[in-house]
Write a protein that binds this ligand. Structure first.
Ligand code: KG4
Ligand code: ZN
Length: 347
């Protein structure tokens, strides 16, 4: 069935791809043309159902996906003004993420591909975050340095080509988004923690002394967030024990700077080491206004071109899966109908 489609993929530059994403608490579907142009980008989130538990409950997320997936897909096709017959392929996130949640998207995409005789393109969620920067940016081409900062991953990557990456540095323990979510809990802020810490930090001062991690260590491109998180927990705990009042806004502001300044420093020095003049970024944490602003300042002084996806394309969405799906499609990377979901994937 697939063989005929495979033969002509290289010529299908304007391929229309339906992308499906269900790796965490967002059920999303998008139609993307030529890997860069978003025709539709629909999303339904079960986030509010997880708030009282302080984090995503996998079973609740999976059930929400099952009710949302066909609605979201239909909406994506309708908004794009296309039908299944117009598509070149269906791309789906197969990992990394919550297994039960991923399975909903993978099973749905497989059924659609089979029923409509379309090739199925397997997409890594991590690569999707990196590919988000291609959307609406026709001039962006590798090589460039990419900062990946999400709830599950933190890395600085040298993107050599559309399909080849080299890890320049990465976290040795927690991801930066994970640290935001954990610190938010300590400050009694709701899940997801990142946006709430950012809001609180606006009225705070960077007055709390926190570990600098590998900041200033020019030879080390790695990150570590576990000690920073523990330092915040210890600070608030010690203040509470000793009856010393503290301003949560100051803690949020100090933490945000400690967590993000090091990302900016390592990203721009990676560009120097790799002699590239272009930087991009992706992942939920890149929606953070302070990080975006600091990256812009650092790139401007070094005459580096910076490509940041708009905020809704930093957090989980299906358009980014369409962007990466297109790259995989053009390289002839297709999945058979025994494609399975994977909780973790290699970069
Ligand atoms: O990329 P994403 O939507 O999902 C993963 O693939 O993990 O990232 C979610 C993470 C969460 O940890 C969330 O707290 C964080 O991104 N995040 C932020 C902001 N918005 C989302 N962190 C800091 N500032 C934000 N504005
Ligand atoms: Zn993500």
């Amino acid at each position: 069935m697939y063989a005929d489609v495979y033969k002509c993929v290289k010529t299908k530059e304007n391929a229309l791809i339906l992308a499906i994403e269900s790796s965490c608490d967002e059920t999303a579907a998008a139609v993307v043309r030529g890997g860069r142009e978003i025709l539709s980008n629909e999303i339904m989130s079960s986030c509010s159902e997880h708030v009282r538990f302080g984090g995503v409950v996998p079973e609740i997320a999976s059930r929400a996906h099952t009710t949302a997936i066909s609605l979201v897909t239909k909406a994506a096709l309708d908004k794009a003004g296309v039908t299944l017959k117009d598509l070149n392929a269906i791309a789906v996130t197969y990992g990394a993420g919550l297994l039960g949640a991923l399975l909903v998207g993978v099973s749905y995409a497989k059924s659609l591909a089979y029923a409509s005789d379309l090739p199925l393109v397997p997409v890594s969620h991590i690569r999707g975050h990196i590919a988000a920067c291609y959307l609406n940016n026709p001039e962006l081409e590798p090589p460039f340095i990419s900062l990946l900062a999400s709830g599950g991953h933190t890395a600085v990557l040298y993107v050599k080509s559309y399909t080849e990456f080299e890890i320049v540095g990465q976290t040795l323990d927690d991801a930066v988004g994970e640290a935001f979510d954990k610190v938010a809990r300590v400050l009694n802020l709701e899940y997801p923690g990142g946006p709430n810490i950012e809001r609180l930090a606006v009225s705070g001062k960077p007055s709390v002394e926190l570990p600098k991690m590998f900041k200033g260590d020019k030879k080390n491109f790695n990150f570590t967030y576990s000690g920073l998180k523990t330092a915040v927990i210890n600070y608030t705990h010690n203040c509470n024990q000793a009856g010393i009042p503290f301003d949560p806004a100051d803690v949020a502001c100090s933490f945000q700077r400690a967590a993000l300044d090091v990302l900016v420093e390592k990203t721009v020095s990676a560009a120097k080491v790799k002699s590239v003049k272009t930087i991009s970024a992706g992942g939920g944490v890149v929606a953070n206004g302070y990080l975006r602003c600091e990256l812009e300042k650092a790139c401007k002084t070094r005459k580096i071109k910076l490509f940041l996806p708009p905020k809704p394309l930093c957090t989980d969405n299906a358009a980014m899966i369409g962007a990466e799906g297109y790259i995989q499609y053009m390289h002839g990377n297709f999945a058979a109908l025994d494609l399975n979901a994977q909780a973790s994937v290699e970069l």
